[in-house]
Every structure is written in C-alpha cells, then in structure tokens.
Design a binder for this molecule. Structure first.
Ligand code: ZN
Ligand code: ZN
Length: 157
C-alpha cells in the first residue's frame, strides 16, 4: 500500500477529500470510510485547526489483542523478542508495550509482501523468467534473514 492510499478502501486519498490520519501508524483514511468522525466534527476541527485524535481499527485491535495477552502472561516472563507480520499497528503496539525487545518480521509474510509488490508492479512475467529480476527479488526476499538490513528497510519505509 502506498503512503497516499486509504487504510480502509486502499484508494488514493486525494488532496480535497476529507481524510484523517491514525495517531499510531500514521496511515490515512477517508473520513467517510468508517472513521466514526462526522462531517461536522471534521469541519469543526478544520475550522479551529485542532487535531482530531483518532486511531485506526487495525491499531485499536492490535493494542486490544496485546492487552488481552498481556493480562494473561506471568509477571516475570522472559522474552527474546518478537516475530510478527508486517502490520504497522501491531509493531507500534509491541514497541509501546515492550520497548526493550527487538521485533523481527516473519519470513513468510515478508516474501508474501514482496511478491504482492511484484504483481502490483507488473513484474510477474519477468520474475517467472528466472533471470536477473528473479535473482534480485529472491535476494530481496532473503533479506529478512539478516537482522540489520531488515530493520533498515522497515525504518526507511
Ligand atoms: Zn477510503
Ligand atoms: Zn493505525
């Protein structure tokens, strides 16, 4: 998903459309795509140039799930870190609750995410020819195995 598309409907958020930014994942959502913010609330916030405090559904769910698990964990749990799907909301929630632990992307979801991009950009034919494009993309998919480079990629996205 590109930065200018709506979290909910994935369509581009155009400059003149009413949209709200999630406080946690910084993603944008059309006001009318189920944000729960009325037109009047939105207009008023714009008029008074105040920020609407809003958290998207994914982020809300991620923190709720985390709180639920958290309550059931023993006090003195020892963790090595986390392996998680590439879900901005979940990462944000994990970082907030367990700031000291490293989060690693899940290999399966990483390859899946890369492959989705391959299809999105019409590179599938080139990929299937198992030539240079294929080699490059396979290397990209393998990046996840190197801790350092994965965090670089994630932080630059
Ligand atoms: Zn939308
Ligand atoms: Zn969010």
């Amino acid at each position: 998903m590109s930065d200018d598309s709506c979290i909910k409907c994935t369509k581009v958020v155009r400059p003149r459309q009413e949209a709200i930014q999630c406080e946690k994942c910084s993603g944008w959502q059309h006001r009318t795509c189920n944000t729960g913010i009325s037109r009047d609330q939105y207009r008023e916030a714009v008029r008074e140039s105040t920020q609407i405090e809003w958290v998207c559904q994914d982020c809300t769910e991620a923190s709720e799930v985390l709180r639920f698990i958290d309550r059931r964990l023993p006090e003195d749990i020892s963790l090595d870190g986390f392996v998680a799907d590439f879900e901005a909301g979940l990462w944000q929630a994990l970082k907030q609750r367990f700031p000291r632990y490293a989060i690693q992307g899940c290999a399966f979801h990483w390859s899946q995410a890369v492959f989705r991009k391959v299809q999105e950009h019409g590179l599938q034919t080139a990929y299937n020819q198992k030539d240079s494009v294929y080699t490059f993309l396979r290397q990209l998919m393998a990046l996840r195995s190197c801790r350092q480079s994965t965090s670089l990629i994630l932080s630059s996205s």
